[in-house]
Structures are given as C-alpha cells and as structure tokens.
Design a protein. Structure first.
Length: 76
C-alpha cells in the first residue's frame, strides 16, 4: 500500500540559475554606483543593475576609440 500523503521537502540555499554565462564579481565604489543608478533612471525600462552593467559593457565593446557606436552586422 502506498502512502496517501506525500511530503515535499524544500531544498536549502539559492535556487539554480538557468544561465550558462561565466559569473564574475565586480566591486564598485559609492560614486560609481550612484552613476550607474543615474544611468538606470534614464532608461525607459529601468533595467536591474546586472542588466545595466551588461548593456554598458556591450556599448563599450561596440564603440570605437572616439566613443561612437559602431554598426554591427545583425545576425540573420
């Protein structure tokens, strides 16, 4: 005879993330955080801090030496 009541045990700790990217930590000082938060406030969709950092890194990687954004080929 099987049990009529099943007990679901919770797992301890932070849940697993579905991301496959490499995690690395970044330490920012208060003035940098204030600048980051000000940049976030100017965005239409108010991204989270990690998303804002990803966007800013992408912008930095796709800009030329003068700070102008380069056009990148869109994937087909």
């Amino acid at each position: 005879m099987s049990k009529s009541i099943s007990v679901i045990t919770k797992r301890r700790g932070r849940p697993k993330t579905s991301g496959t990217g490499t995690l690395f930590g970044v330490r920012l000082h208060a003035p940098q955080i204030a600048q980051l938060d000000a940049w976030i406030a100017k965005q239409d969709d108010a991204p989270s801090r990690p998303e804002a950092i990803r966007r800013l890194v992408e912008m930095g990687l796709t800009s030329d030496a003068n700070g102008k954004l380069r056009r990148t080929a869109k994937p087909k």
